[in-house]
Design a protein around this ligand. Structure first.
Ligand code: G3P
Ligand code: MG
Length: 253
């Protein structure tokens, strides 16, 4: 655990840049999220065939780009020529895939916080965790607030820790499986990020009592946001950047 002192990340985190209002994980999405007042962003990072970290949620290219097949089989020179915006709407046609280098420059230049979800292509868990941690060391050198590295993959988190233990880590959980708390502790995670459906006051108390933080994804309705705020959630990852204003003290619709 590298974090000391107060939790440095904003409460409101824009999911994949700006959720669904712009093509996910592109610079256009981050810019739209920023226009809505967001100062923290979540995005998904994986590796190209030549080991370049870039943003993409799925293992395959079809849903969110003009490419086809498994993204990790292509080199960055080919990936960077794809259209990652036209699938969303004509206004975003030609929007490129985003390298970790590029999003680091954007976030550091604007003073924005980042939650890098390590989202390895199956089989690439160790290489992706290791590469993201070493690239963070290069890209965020001298910055006061490093990215929060999260993952559903225990192997990826372990590899990130072993490569560079300085960066704060968070375990992502879709369910509260047996042993989740011990897994998070063993990995030195500063936080646990759960599906909002399984986040409750007992989970938050358990994490807070252990000096850890509790975050939830993907919260898109006011009722859920208000429930989580009332029980002391530390971070809310949302698609609904046009519904929730980070500047407001509580969830507004
Ligand atoms: O990091 C929180 C959330 O993004 C995890 O789910 O599938 O949207 O990456 P997913
Ligand atoms: Mg994600």
């Amino acid at each position: 655990m590298a974090l000391t002192g107060p939790w440095p990340y904003p409460l409101w985190v824009a999911h994949r840049g700006a959720g669904k209002l712009a093509p996910e994980n592109t610079l256009a999405a981050f810019r739209l999220g920023a226009q809505h007042g967001y100062r923290a962003f979540e995005c998904d990072v994986k590796l190209s065939a030549d080991g370049v970290p870039f943003l993409l949620h799925d293992a395959t290219l079809e849903r969110t780009s003009s490419g086809q097949g498994t993204a990790s089989l292509l080199e960055w020179s080919a990936l960077s020529r794809l259209d990652a915006g036209g699938w969303h709407s004509r206004a975003f046609a030609g929007e490129p895939l985003l390298s970790l280098d590029a999003i680091a420059a954007y976030c550091i230049g604007n003073g924005f916080a980042l939650n890098l979800e390590i989202k390895p292509t199956p089989g690439d868990e160790l290489a992706t965790g290791r590469k993201v941690a070493t690239e963070v060391a290069r890209l965020w050198a001298g910055q006061a607030v490093p990215p929060l590295l999260s993952s559903f993959s225990l192997d990826a988190l372990r590899a990130a820790r072993d490569a560079d233990a300085r960066w704060p880590r968070a375990l992502l959980l879709d369910t509260l499986r047996e042993g989740w708390f011990d897994e998070a502790k063993a990995l030195g995670c500063v936080a646990v990020v759960t599906n909002h459906k399984v986040m409750d006051a007992a989970v938050i108390a358990r994490l807070h009592d252990a000096g850890r933080r509790a975050l939830a994804y993907t919260v898109n309705d006011t009722e859920t946001a208000q429930r989580l705020l009332a029980i002391g959630i530390d971070g809310i990852i949302t698609d609904a950047v046009d519904r929730f204003s980070p500047a407001a003290a509580s969830a507004q619709s």
